[in-house]
Write a protein that binds this ligand. Structure first.
Ligand code: CAA
Length: 406
């Protein structure tokens, strides 16, 4: 495994770092206080090609690989978690699922405008009563001729009121031999009759982001909007989560880096007992741990990204990277606040926001407890990955960078 970054990967990360530092860092405190998403963020991310960074040019993307997706997420969350959340749902959970499972016609209809940033995408799996136990979700899809009629509610949905497209999951067969086998996946659009959405207010973190709910009441969804076969919904959801978790892992790595960088700067200038606090051993210990957590988290997500480039199944490695990086981003944020003392307790410094933002990611896209169970089951040999009917394609530069006409 060679972790040397290519010139293209470095340039893409650099472009995104510049965007985040110059266009978002100066305004993020204000939008976080207002608990609103700045309206220009999504269009600007689309304009810069970030929303289609790792998608083939023929599908409206920029033609970069999966490692670049990780690097971009790290750079975005180094400045603010809300930016990376956009990548997790729009690219990780929806666009890559379409690349993996969509027909050519569905890719043209949904993936191309998403990759170009003309349409934003969300992911509707979680429901008010079903989070970790996703297989038992309650939404239903009843086939009636050429349409499915969808009913149900989705909760904690990022970009619920901003997205145009949603990849949603509903039960098509209540009598399936096991709950996971009765689910199917559908693309719905926010303008379909019977779809309503709303925002959730009062969140601990990611306040400058958009989180909400979707209600579906007798929504008629054409059969050609079904992604995959009937009964494949759970596998589509889980494989989408492999990609989403990869972006969360890389983003949380960026959050650890932000905590470390801000702490290094503060510890170098703040003095107590006649010297900078960086020279006190107990502060040094915190900085040492934060460096260890950053390097470990980065290596774990790069391994997963490298495997994805090779077309190797990486459910175990991605789950480990997500579990480690998010747990340690909370620890790093706690230490960063501690190093900043009372200043860290106010939003005068960024570390207060880092701490609030860090907590969500140990809950969404698989709680840390779910990832621990998965890791134990892999170690015990209880859990094995089975080949899928549609695998996420390996990164092939020729295919990825060819223009639509080639
Ligand atoms: N890819 C493809 N298929 C997979 C898969 C994967 N990663 N993981 C499992 N499958 C397949 C299995 O092979 C199995 O196939 P068969 O039926 O042919 O045997 C089928 O799915 C069912 O598998 P299991 O019954 O073994 O279920 P599991 O143990 O894999 O899953 C679980 C159980 C780990 C608890 C899972 O339900 C889970 O991950 N729960 C967490 C859900 C979650 O992360 N929700 C986040 C919501 S999205 C969000 O938060 C985004 C946002 O907007 C903020």
């Amino acid at each position: 495994m060679d972790f040397t970054l290519t010139e293209e990967q470095r340039q893409a990360a650099e472009m995104v770092r510049r965007f985040a530092e110059t266009e978002v860092a100066p305004i993020i405190r204000e939008w976080d206080r207002r608990a609103e998403m700045a309206p220009h963020i999504l269009p600007r991310m689309g304009e810069l090609g970030i929303l289609g960074i790792c998608l083939p040019v023929r599908y409206g993307g920029q033609g970069f690989d999966y490692v670049t997706l990780g690097l971009v997420c790290e750079e975005l969350e180094r400045v603010d978690t809300t930016l990376r959340v956009v990548m997790s749902v729009h690219v990780g959970l929806c666009s890559l699922a379409l690349l993996q499972w969509g027909t050519e016609e569905q890719k043209q209809r949904f993936l191309v405008p998403q990759a170009k940033g003309e349409r934003y995408a969300g992911f509707g799996l979680t429901e008010p009563g079903h989070g970790s136990d996703a297989a038992r979700l309650q939404s239903t899809a009843r086939r009636e001729g050429d349409v499915y009629v969808l009913n149900g509610e989705k909760m904690w949905i990022s970009l619920a009121t901003k997205a145009h497209h949603f990849l949603v999951f509903a039960r098509t067969n209540p009598d399936a031999p096991k709950p996971s086998a009765g689910l199917s996946a559908f693309m719905i659009t926010g303008d379909m009759k019977g779809v309503t959405t709303g925002d959730i207010h009062g969140k601990l973190g990611v306040r400058a982001g958009s989180t909400g709910w979707i209600a579906m009441q007798d929504v008629e969804v054409p059969v050609e909007n079904r992604i995959g076969e009937e009964g494949e919904g759970f596998k589509i959801a889980m494989s989408a989560l492999d990609n989403g978790r990869y972006t969360v892992a890389a983003g949380a790595t960026g959050l650890i880096r932000a905590c470390l960088e801000d702490s290094l700067a503060y510890a170098g200038q703040r003095e107590t007992f006649g010297r900078p606090i960086a020279q006190h051993q107990l502060i040094k210990q915190k900085l040492a741990y934060m460096s260890l957590w950053y390097d470990t988290a980065r290596l774990l997500y790069l391994r997963a990204g490298w495997m994805e480039n090779q077309g190797l199944r990486n459910t175990r490695q991605t789950s480990m990277a997500k579990w480690y990086a998010t747990d340690h981003s909370v620890k790093a944020a706690l230490e960063a606040v501690q190093i900043h003392g009372a200043y860290g307790y106010s939003d005068e410094y960024n570390v207060e926001r880092y701490l609030r933002n860090s907590k969500g990611a140990v809950i969404y896209e698989g709680t840390s407890e779910i990832h621990q169970l998965m890791q134990a089951d892999y170690a015990l040999g209880y859990r094995q990955d089975k080949p899928l009917r549609c695998e996420l394609p390996a990164y092939d530069p020729e295919f990825w960078q060819a223009s639509p006409s080639e």
